[in-house]
Write a protein that binds this ligand. Structure first.
Ligand SMILES: Cc1cc2nc3c(=O)[nH]c(=O)nc-3n(C[C@H](O)[C@H](O)[C@H](O)COP(=O)(O)O)c2cc1C
Length: 381
Protein backbone atom coordinates (compact mmCIF):
# COMPACT_ATOMS: atom_id res chain seq x y z
CA UNK A 1 0.00 0.00 0.00
CA UNK A 2 1.40 3.39 -1.04
CA UNK A 3 0.61 6.98 -0.08
CA UNK A 4 -1.20 7.55 -3.38
CA UNK A 5 -3.56 4.73 -2.41
CA UNK A 6 -4.60 6.50 0.78
CA UNK A 7 -7.95 8.21 0.26
CA UNK A 8 -9.16 8.64 3.82
CA UNK A 9 -8.36 8.33 7.52
CA UNK A 10 -8.77 4.55 7.48
CA UNK A 11 -6.26 4.10 4.66
CA UNK A 12 -3.67 6.25 6.46
CA UNK A 13 -4.29 4.36 9.69
CA UNK A 14 -3.69 1.07 7.89
CA UNK A 15 -0.48 2.32 6.26
CA UNK A 16 0.75 3.60 9.65
CA UNK A 17 -0.12 0.25 11.25
CA UNK A 18 1.99 -1.57 8.64
CA UNK A 19 4.94 0.79 9.09
CA UNK A 20 5.09 1.33 12.84
CA UNK A 21 6.19 -1.08 15.54
CA UNK A 22 3.09 -2.25 17.44
CA UNK A 23 3.82 -0.34 20.69
CA UNK A 24 4.09 2.98 18.82
CA UNK A 25 1.03 2.37 16.66
CA UNK A 26 -0.94 1.48 19.78
CA UNK A 27 0.31 4.57 21.61
CA UNK A 28 -1.29 6.70 18.87
CA UNK A 29 -4.33 4.53 18.26
CA UNK A 30 -5.11 3.72 21.88
CA UNK A 31 -7.14 5.52 24.52
CA UNK A 32 -8.10 5.17 28.19
CA UNK A 33 -9.81 2.25 29.98
CA UNK A 34 -12.39 0.59 27.71
CA UNK A 35 -11.97 3.27 25.02
CA UNK A 36 -15.70 4.04 25.13
CA UNK A 37 -15.17 7.79 24.80
CA UNK A 38 -12.71 7.24 21.97
CA UNK A 39 -15.30 5.31 19.95
CA UNK A 40 -18.09 7.72 20.89
CA UNK A 41 -16.10 10.71 19.62
CA UNK A 42 -16.52 9.63 16.00
CA UNK A 43 -19.89 7.88 16.47
CA UNK A 44 -21.35 11.16 17.79
CA UNK A 45 -21.11 12.69 14.32
CA UNK A 46 -23.17 9.85 12.89
CA UNK A 47 -26.10 10.66 15.18
CA UNK A 48 -26.44 13.98 13.39
CA UNK A 49 -27.69 14.39 9.81
CA UNK A 50 -27.02 17.19 7.36
CA UNK A 51 -29.96 18.88 5.61
CA UNK A 52 -28.69 20.54 2.42
CA UNK A 53 -29.99 23.52 0.49
CA UNK A 54 -29.63 23.60 -3.31
CA UNK A 55 -29.57 26.04 -6.24
CA UNK A 56 -27.60 28.72 -4.42
CA UNK A 57 -24.73 29.47 -6.81
CA UNK A 58 -21.70 27.80 -5.27
CA UNK A 59 -18.85 28.56 -7.66
CA UNK A 60 -16.45 30.14 -5.21
CA UNK A 61 -16.09 28.69 -1.74
CA UNK A 62 -14.29 30.54 1.04
CA UNK A 63 -13.03 28.12 3.68
CA UNK A 64 -11.25 30.70 5.83
CA UNK A 65 -12.10 31.39 9.45
CA UNK A 66 -10.80 33.73 12.13
CA UNK A 67 -10.25 32.26 15.55
CA UNK A 68 -8.67 33.95 18.57
CA UNK A 69 -7.70 36.76 16.20
CA UNK A 70 -5.85 34.37 13.86
CA UNK A 71 -6.90 34.10 10.23
CA UNK A 72 -6.81 30.48 9.02
CA UNK A 73 -7.23 29.43 5.41
CA UNK A 74 -9.02 26.27 6.57
CA UNK A 75 -11.49 25.73 9.42
CA UNK A 76 -9.33 22.87 10.76
CA UNK A 77 -6.00 23.03 12.60
CA UNK A 78 -3.44 20.48 13.74
CA UNK A 79 -3.95 19.98 17.46
CA UNK A 80 -0.77 19.63 19.56
CA UNK A 81 0.45 16.08 20.05
CA UNK A 82 3.48 14.63 21.80
CA UNK A 83 6.51 12.64 20.63
CA UNK A 84 6.10 13.02 16.86
CA UNK A 85 9.68 12.05 16.08
CA UNK A 86 8.81 8.52 17.19
CA UNK A 87 6.17 8.32 14.48
CA UNK A 88 8.38 9.67 11.68
CA UNK A 89 11.91 11.09 11.74
CA UNK A 90 10.67 14.46 10.42
CA UNK A 91 8.40 14.77 13.46
CA UNK A 92 6.92 18.21 14.14
CA UNK A 93 8.91 19.66 11.22
CA UNK A 94 6.62 17.80 8.84
CA UNK A 95 3.47 19.02 10.56
CA UNK A 96 4.70 22.63 10.81
CA UNK A 97 5.60 22.66 7.10
CA UNK A 98 2.34 21.04 5.96
CA UNK A 99 0.16 23.26 8.16
CA UNK A 100 2.09 26.32 6.93
CA UNK A 101 1.52 25.28 3.32
CA UNK A 102 -2.23 25.00 3.97
CA UNK A 103 -2.30 28.28 5.90
CA UNK A 104 -3.53 26.78 9.10
CA UNK A 105 -2.58 26.81 12.73
CA UNK A 106 -0.73 23.98 14.39
CA UNK A 107 0.29 23.30 17.95
CA UNK A 108 3.69 22.39 19.29
CA UNK A 109 3.42 20.26 22.43
CA UNK A 110 5.48 20.66 25.61
CA UNK A 111 6.31 17.06 24.86
CA UNK A 112 7.24 17.89 21.27
CA UNK A 113 10.46 16.53 19.78
CA UNK A 114 11.32 19.66 17.74
CA UNK A 115 11.85 23.02 19.42
CA UNK A 116 9.05 25.55 19.27
CA UNK A 117 11.59 28.01 17.81
CA UNK A 118 12.43 25.73 14.90
CA UNK A 119 8.76 24.97 14.25
CA UNK A 120 8.11 28.72 14.22
CA UNK A 121 10.78 29.22 11.56
CA UNK A 122 9.30 26.48 9.36
CA UNK A 123 5.67 27.61 9.26
CA UNK A 124 4.41 31.03 8.30
CA UNK A 125 0.95 30.17 9.67
CA UNK A 126 -0.18 30.94 13.24
CA UNK A 127 1.49 28.77 15.86
CA UNK A 128 0.13 27.50 19.15
CA UNK A 129 2.31 26.48 22.04
CA UNK A 130 0.66 23.84 24.22
CA UNK A 131 1.85 23.46 27.75
CA UNK A 132 1.01 21.85 31.05
CA UNK A 133 1.07 23.59 34.42
CA UNK A 134 4.25 22.78 36.34
CA UNK A 135 4.85 22.87 40.06
CA UNK A 136 7.86 25.02 39.26
CA UNK A 137 6.24 28.42 38.63
CA UNK A 138 9.54 29.72 37.31
CA UNK A 139 9.45 27.05 34.61
CA UNK A 140 5.90 28.09 33.62
CA UNK A 141 6.96 31.72 33.28
CA UNK A 142 10.12 30.78 31.43
CA UNK A 143 8.15 28.68 28.93
CA UNK A 144 5.85 31.59 28.20
CA UNK A 145 8.78 33.97 27.80
CA UNK A 146 10.43 31.52 25.42
CA UNK A 147 7.25 31.18 23.37
CA UNK A 148 6.82 34.96 23.22
CA UNK A 149 10.41 35.40 22.09
CA UNK A 150 9.92 32.79 19.36
CA UNK A 151 6.87 34.59 18.00
CA UNK A 152 4.20 32.08 19.05
CA UNK A 153 0.72 33.59 18.60
CA UNK A 154 -1.47 31.50 20.89
CA UNK A 155 -0.82 29.90 24.28
CA UNK A 156 -2.83 26.76 24.93
CA UNK A 157 -2.96 25.30 28.42
CA UNK A 158 -4.15 21.70 28.52
CA UNK A 159 -6.36 21.25 31.57
CA UNK A 160 -7.65 17.69 31.16
CA UNK A 161 -4.37 15.98 32.00
CA UNK A 162 -3.89 16.75 35.66
CA UNK A 163 -2.90 13.11 35.89
CA UNK A 164 -2.13 10.56 33.17
CA UNK A 165 -5.00 8.53 31.64
CA UNK A 166 -5.13 4.75 32.06
CA UNK A 167 -3.83 3.61 28.66
CA UNK A 168 -4.02 -0.14 28.93
CA UNK A 169 -2.63 -0.81 25.45
CA UNK A 170 0.61 0.92 26.55
CA UNK A 171 0.72 -1.19 29.68
CA UNK A 172 0.38 -4.33 27.62
CA UNK A 173 3.19 -3.38 25.21
CA UNK A 174 5.35 -1.68 27.83
CA UNK A 175 5.34 1.58 25.85
CA UNK A 176 7.05 4.33 27.85
CA UNK A 177 9.64 7.06 27.32
CA UNK A 178 12.40 6.01 27.77
CA UNK A 179 11.49 2.64 26.25
CA UNK A 180 10.86 -0.08 28.82
CA UNK A 181 9.51 -2.71 26.51
CA UNK A 182 8.44 -6.14 27.60
CA UNK A 183 9.28 -9.17 25.49
CA UNK A 184 6.13 -8.88 23.38
CA UNK A 185 6.93 -5.21 22.73
CA UNK A 186 10.53 -5.95 21.74
CA UNK A 187 9.31 -8.60 19.31
CA UNK A 188 7.00 -6.05 17.72
CA UNK A 189 9.95 -3.69 17.16
CA UNK A 190 12.02 -6.53 15.73
CA UNK A 191 9.43 -7.23 13.03
CA UNK A 192 9.63 -3.60 11.79
CA UNK A 193 13.35 -3.29 10.96
CA UNK A 194 12.73 -0.50 8.41
CA UNK A 195 11.29 1.72 11.14
CA UNK A 196 14.18 0.85 13.47
CA UNK A 197 16.79 1.60 10.79
CA UNK A 198 15.13 4.90 10.00
CA UNK A 199 14.92 5.80 13.70
CA UNK A 200 18.55 4.97 14.38
CA UNK A 201 20.00 6.71 11.32
CA UNK A 202 18.43 10.09 12.05
CA UNK A 203 19.03 12.55 14.85
CA UNK A 204 18.47 11.25 18.33
CA UNK A 205 15.23 11.62 20.22
CA UNK A 206 14.93 14.83 22.24
CA UNK A 207 12.29 16.82 24.07
CA UNK A 208 13.64 20.34 23.45
CA UNK A 209 10.83 22.15 25.24
CA UNK A 210 11.85 20.50 28.48
CA UNK A 211 15.42 19.33 28.20
CA UNK A 212 16.97 22.29 29.94
CA UNK A 213 14.92 21.27 32.98
CA UNK A 214 14.64 17.52 32.84
CA UNK A 215 16.96 15.01 31.31
CA UNK A 216 14.35 12.80 29.70
CA UNK A 217 16.38 11.71 26.73
CA UNK A 218 19.09 10.41 29.02
CA UNK A 219 16.58 8.29 30.84
CA UNK A 220 16.60 10.19 34.13
CA UNK A 221 12.97 11.29 33.91
CA UNK A 222 10.26 9.20 32.29
CA UNK A 223 7.14 10.71 30.78
CA UNK A 224 4.99 9.11 33.45
CA UNK A 225 7.24 10.63 36.14
CA UNK A 226 6.97 13.96 34.32
CA UNK A 227 3.20 13.81 34.83
CA UNK A 228 3.36 12.63 38.44
CA UNK A 229 6.32 14.65 39.68
CA UNK A 230 6.53 17.85 37.65
CA UNK A 231 2.94 18.76 36.93
CA UNK A 232 0.91 20.46 39.61
CA UNK A 233 -2.42 18.80 40.48
CA UNK A 234 -3.19 21.69 42.85
CA UNK A 235 -3.64 24.04 39.87
CA UNK A 236 -6.72 26.27 40.18
CA UNK A 237 -8.48 29.03 38.25
CA UNK A 238 -6.39 31.61 40.13
CA UNK A 239 -3.25 30.13 38.59
CA UNK A 240 -4.81 30.30 35.13
CA UNK A 241 -5.83 33.94 35.68
CA UNK A 242 -2.23 34.78 36.58
CA UNK A 243 -0.88 33.05 33.49
CA UNK A 244 -3.41 34.70 31.18
CA UNK A 245 -2.37 38.10 32.57
CA UNK A 246 1.29 37.23 32.23
CA UNK A 247 0.93 36.16 28.59
CA UNK A 248 -1.10 39.19 27.56
CA UNK A 249 -2.19 37.71 24.19
CA UNK A 250 -4.56 35.02 22.90
CA UNK A 251 -4.82 32.35 25.59
CA UNK A 252 -6.83 29.20 25.26
CA UNK A 253 -7.82 26.32 27.56
CA UNK A 254 -7.86 22.85 26.01
CA UNK A 255 -10.04 20.24 27.64
CA UNK A 256 -12.99 22.33 28.88
CA UNK A 257 -16.28 20.39 28.84
CA UNK A 258 -18.76 22.02 31.24
CA UNK A 259 -20.71 25.26 30.88
CA UNK A 260 -19.54 26.27 34.34
CA UNK A 261 -15.88 25.96 33.32
CA UNK A 262 -16.51 27.72 30.00
CA UNK A 263 -17.91 30.69 31.94
CA UNK A 264 -14.93 30.72 34.26
CA UNK A 265 -12.59 30.70 31.27
CA UNK A 266 -14.21 33.97 30.18
CA UNK A 267 -13.94 35.42 33.70
CA UNK A 268 -10.19 34.76 33.85
CA UNK A 269 -9.67 36.43 30.47
CA UNK A 270 -9.23 33.51 28.05
CA UNK A 271 -9.84 34.17 24.37
CA UNK A 272 -10.68 30.59 23.43
CA UNK A 273 -11.65 27.17 24.75
CA UNK A 274 -11.26 23.81 23.09
CA UNK A 275 -13.93 21.28 23.98
CA UNK A 276 -11.93 18.10 24.13
CA UNK A 277 -11.58 14.80 25.94
CA UNK A 278 -8.01 14.42 24.65
CA UNK A 279 -9.07 11.93 21.99
CA UNK A 280 -10.52 9.63 24.67
CA UNK A 281 -7.08 9.26 26.23
CA UNK A 282 -7.83 10.70 29.65
CA UNK A 283 -11.26 10.26 31.30
CA UNK A 284 -13.07 7.33 29.73
CA UNK A 285 -16.84 7.79 29.89
CA UNK A 286 -16.42 11.52 29.32
CA UNK A 287 -18.93 13.00 26.87
CA UNK A 288 -17.82 13.64 23.32
CA UNK A 289 -17.00 17.24 22.47
CA UNK A 290 -19.43 17.17 19.55
CA UNK A 291 -22.32 16.05 21.82
CA UNK A 292 -21.47 18.84 24.26
CA UNK A 293 -20.88 21.57 21.69
CA UNK A 294 -24.38 23.11 21.36
CA UNK A 295 -24.78 23.53 25.11
CA UNK A 296 -21.48 25.37 25.40
CA UNK A 297 -21.97 27.53 22.29
CA UNK A 298 -25.42 28.57 23.55
CA UNK A 299 -24.01 29.55 26.93
CA UNK A 300 -20.81 31.37 25.94
CA UNK A 301 -20.41 31.35 22.14
CA UNK A 302 -20.99 35.11 21.84
CA UNK A 303 -18.21 35.90 24.36
CA UNK A 304 -15.40 33.44 23.66
CA UNK A 305 -14.18 31.45 20.65
CA UNK A 306 -15.32 27.86 21.05
CA UNK A 307 -13.35 25.13 19.26
CA UNK A 308 -13.63 21.37 19.53
CA UNK A 309 -11.63 18.25 18.77
CA UNK A 310 -12.02 14.49 18.98
CA UNK A 311 -12.90 11.81 16.46
CA UNK A 312 -12.83 14.06 13.40
CA UNK A 313 -12.16 11.92 10.33
CA UNK A 314 -14.17 13.57 7.55
CA UNK A 315 -14.95 16.95 6.02
CA UNK A 316 -18.61 16.39 6.90
CA UNK A 317 -17.66 15.98 10.58
CA UNK A 318 -16.05 19.40 10.41
CA UNK A 319 -19.14 20.87 8.73
CA UNK A 320 -21.39 19.51 11.47
CA UNK A 321 -19.25 21.02 14.24
CA UNK A 322 -19.07 24.38 12.45
CA UNK A 323 -22.86 24.32 11.91
CA UNK A 324 -23.32 23.90 15.66
CA UNK A 325 -21.19 26.98 16.29
CA UNK A 326 -17.56 25.85 16.61
CA UNK A 327 -15.15 28.49 15.26
CA UNK A 328 -12.58 25.90 14.20
CA UNK A 329 -12.01 22.17 14.59
CA UNK A 330 -8.88 20.37 15.82
CA UNK A 331 -7.37 17.31 14.16
CA UNK A 332 -5.32 14.74 16.09
CA UNK A 333 -4.94 11.20 14.81
CA UNK A 334 -6.26 12.45 11.47
CA UNK A 335 -2.82 13.92 10.75
CA UNK A 336 -0.74 11.63 13.00
CA UNK A 337 -1.37 8.45 11.00
CA UNK A 338 -0.39 10.22 7.73
CA UNK A 339 2.72 11.56 9.48
CA UNK A 340 3.64 8.04 10.52
CA UNK A 341 2.82 6.70 7.07
CA UNK A 342 4.80 9.19 4.98
CA UNK A 343 6.11 12.24 6.90
CA UNK A 344 5.40 15.68 5.46
CA UNK A 345 4.02 14.26 2.21
CA UNK A 346 1.53 12.25 4.24
CA UNK A 347 0.34 15.21 6.32
CA UNK A 348 0.03 17.33 3.18
CA UNK A 349 -2.02 14.68 1.46
CA UNK A 350 -4.29 14.34 4.48
CA UNK A 351 -4.83 18.13 4.67
CA UNK A 352 -5.48 18.29 0.93
CA UNK A 353 -8.07 15.49 1.17
CA UNK A 354 -9.69 17.32 4.09
CA UNK A 355 -9.71 20.62 2.18
CA UNK A 356 -11.32 18.97 -0.85
CA UNK A 357 -13.88 17.13 1.32
CA UNK A 358 -14.90 20.31 3.15
CA UNK A 359 -15.13 22.27 -0.10
CA UNK A 360 -17.20 19.57 -1.78
CA UNK A 361 -19.51 19.23 1.23
CA UNK A 362 -19.96 23.03 1.37
CA UNK A 363 -21.06 23.02 -2.28
CA UNK A 364 -23.45 20.14 -1.69
CA UNK A 365 -24.86 21.99 1.33
CA UNK A 366 -25.38 25.15 -0.73
CA UNK A 367 -22.96 27.28 1.31
CA UNK A 368 -20.16 29.49 0.02
CA UNK A 369 -18.65 30.62 3.33
CA UNK A 370 -18.31 29.08 6.76
CA UNK A 371 -20.62 31.62 8.42
CA UNK A 372 -23.49 30.34 6.24
CA UNK A 373 -23.39 27.01 8.08
CA UNK A 374 -26.08 27.06 10.77
CA UNK A 375 -28.14 24.68 12.86
CA UNK A 376 -30.91 24.90 10.27
CA UNK A 377 -28.70 22.51 8.30
CA UNK A 378 -28.68 19.85 11.03
CA UNK A 379 -31.09 17.29 12.47
CA UNK A 380 -30.28 15.00 15.38
CA UNK A 381 -31.77 11.52 15.32
C1 LIG B 1 -0.53 10.31 20.19
C2 LIG B 1 -1.21 11.51 20.78
C3 LIG B 1 -0.48 12.41 21.55
C4 LIG B 1 -1.10 13.54 22.08
N1 LIG B 1 -0.36 14.45 22.80
C5 LIG B 1 -0.94 15.57 23.30
C6 LIG B 1 -0.18 16.56 23.98
O1 LIG B 1 1.04 16.43 24.15
N2 LIG B 1 -0.84 17.64 24.47
C7 LIG B 1 -2.18 17.81 24.30
O2 LIG B 1 -2.73 18.82 24.77
N3 LIG B 1 -2.92 16.91 23.63
C8 LIG B 1 -2.35 15.81 23.12
N4 LIG B 1 -3.10 14.89 22.42
C9 LIG B 1 -4.55 15.16 22.20
C10 LIG B 1 -4.77 15.90 20.87
O3 LIG B 1 -4.28 17.22 20.92
C11 LIG B 1 -6.27 15.98 20.54
O4 LIG B 1 -6.97 16.54 21.62
C12 LIG B 1 -6.86 14.59 20.21
O5 LIG B 1 -5.94 13.80 19.50
C13 LIG B 1 -8.13 14.75 19.39
O6 LIG B 1 -8.71 13.50 19.13
P1 LIG B 1 -8.52 12.72 17.73
O7 LIG B 1 -7.14 12.12 17.77
O8 LIG B 1 -9.59 11.71 17.77
O9 LIG B 1 -8.67 13.74 16.64
C14 LIG B 1 -2.50 13.75 21.89
C15 LIG B 1 -3.22 12.83 21.10
C16 LIG B 1 -2.60 11.73 20.55
C17 LIG B 1 -3.41 10.79 19.70
Amino acid sequence: MRLSQCHNFHDFRELARRRLPGPIFNYIDGAADDEVTYRRNTAAFEACDLVPNVLRGVNDIDLSVTVMGQKLALPVYCSPTALQRLFHHQGERAVAAAAGKYGTMFGVSSLGTVSLEEARRISGAPQVYQFYFHKDRGLNREMMARARQAGVEVMMLTVDSITGGNRERDKRTGFAIPFKLNLAGITQFAVKPAWALNYLTHESFRLPQLDSHVDMGGGVMSISRYFTEMLDPSMTWDDVAEMVGHWGGPFCLKGIMSVEDARRAIEVGCSGIVLSNHGGRQLDGSRSAFDQLAEIVDAVGDRIDVMMDGGVQRGTHVLKALSLGAKAVGLGRYYLFPLAAAGQAGVERALELMRVEIERAMKLMGCTSIDQLTRKNLRFR
